[in-house]
Design a protein around this ligand. Structure first.
Ligand code: TRP
Length: 339
């Protein structure tokens, strides 16, 4: 196998986040970003903003631009250290789309057609608005991963099939041309318990929620978030117990508090024995504010100082490009493509 990490002995981890909203929400943070932060010791880490992928949702130019920077600022704000890890924006590394073409020519039409995310999304959008970019999305993702010779790819369960495709493509290329790509492993992120909408606790927290009051955004004023916690929907009765079936509101608050504090849910239930819903709401609001406030402050500081943010991203792009170019060159040499 090619050595993924020539500069360090550590294995390499890589993941990208799509810049789909003006702010990441608490579910994104607990489900992915916070876990990325914890991987920086063990891995040589590459974390990027998948703005090429997000273009498929047709954001306006302003949205795409602002959300790309805001996502990068939140990644850094959350604790991905640009001195230790590589923080980059996908569109600044043209080799991603270059490698995508090579991989596209090795992907069976049938195999790409079987991607469940493509099937779901294209069924929702309908034939008239489904574009070829949605179809090749997983191949671009495979290029994102293989171009950095990543060993581990932290992603949610919904990306497992895309990782399988990536591994397949790496193996297919290696079998045909000799060892070129590291065959990456998916590192399925720990499910942090359910992080549900505060107004509709039977639904996952999501930017497309019916009411903005159910959504906790990292970049929002902590006072605004505290208010949302205080007006979170709770359930009939007054006992604080963990029972998503019958008490989804209270269970969601317990689940969030547990994820933030690391205290197991049963212990929280004991601690809140005899207390009121209001006490739990205040405790969750405070715990979230304590964790999120410094992240928000650092992210907003970077968004206020565009020159500094762009400097950090340019530096990340430069580091990323060194690796991406080396892989592209190796691939082109092997397949007989002039570079
Ligand atoms: N498709 C991923 C998602 O929606 C984002 C992504 C793009 C990604 N490229 C990647 C994740 C490469 C891991 C590695 O979450």
């Amino acid at each position: 196998m090619p050595n993924s990490s020539t500069a360090t002995a550590k294995p390499r981890a890589l993941s990208l986040a799509q810049p789909t909203a003006d702010s990441m929400h608490l579910g994104n943070y607990l489900g992915a970003l916070r876990q990325w932060v914890g991987m920086q010791d063990e891995f040589e880490a590459f974390f990027g903003v998948a703005n090429l992928h997000s273009y498929n949702e047709w954001p306006s130019p302003e949205e795409l631009h602002e959300r790309t920077l805001a996502t990068a600022a939140q990644i850094i704000g959350a604790g991905i250290d640009p001195d230790r890890s590589v923080v980059f924006v996908q569109s600044q590394i043209p080799e991603h789309t270059q490698l995508m073409w090579t991989l596209a020519c090795m992907t069976g039409f049938g195999q790409a057609s079987r991607m469940t995310q493509f099937k779901d999304k294209s069924a929702k959008r309908g034939v008239d608005t489904t574009n070829v970019g949605l179809f090749t999305y997983p191949i671009l993702m495979a290029a994102d991963i293989l171009i950095y010779q990543a060993d581990k790819v932290p992603v949610g369960e919904d990306q497992r099939q895309h990782l399988e495709l990536t591994r397949d493509l790496a193996e297919r290329f290696n079998a045909r041309y000799g060892d070129t790509f590291v065959v990456p492993d998916a590192h399925i992120l720990a499910s942090v318990g359910k992080i549900q909408d505060l107004q509709e606790p039977t639904a996952k927290m999501s930017k497309s929620a019916a009411s903005p009051n159910g959504l906790i955004n990292l970049l929002d004023d902590p006072k605004k978030n505290t208010k949302k916690f205080k007006s979170a929907v709770t359930d009939s009765g007054s006992e604080i117990t963990y029972d998503f079936e019958n008490k989804p509101g209270v269970s969601n608050l317990l689940s969030i508090l547990s994820a933030i504090s690391g205290t197991p849910v049963p212990q929280l239930v004991e601690e809140f024995d005899g207390k009121l819903y209001g006490h739990l709401k205040v405790a969750v609001a405070e715990a979230v504010a304590d964790e999120v406030s410094p992240i928000r402050a650092r992210a907003l500081e970077l968004l206020d100082d565009r020159a500094e943010l762009e400097r950090l991203l340019d530096r990340g792009a430069e580091k990323a490009r060194t690796v991406a170019y080396a892989t592209t060159k190796a691939v082109y040499d092997k397949i007989g493509m002039l570079i």
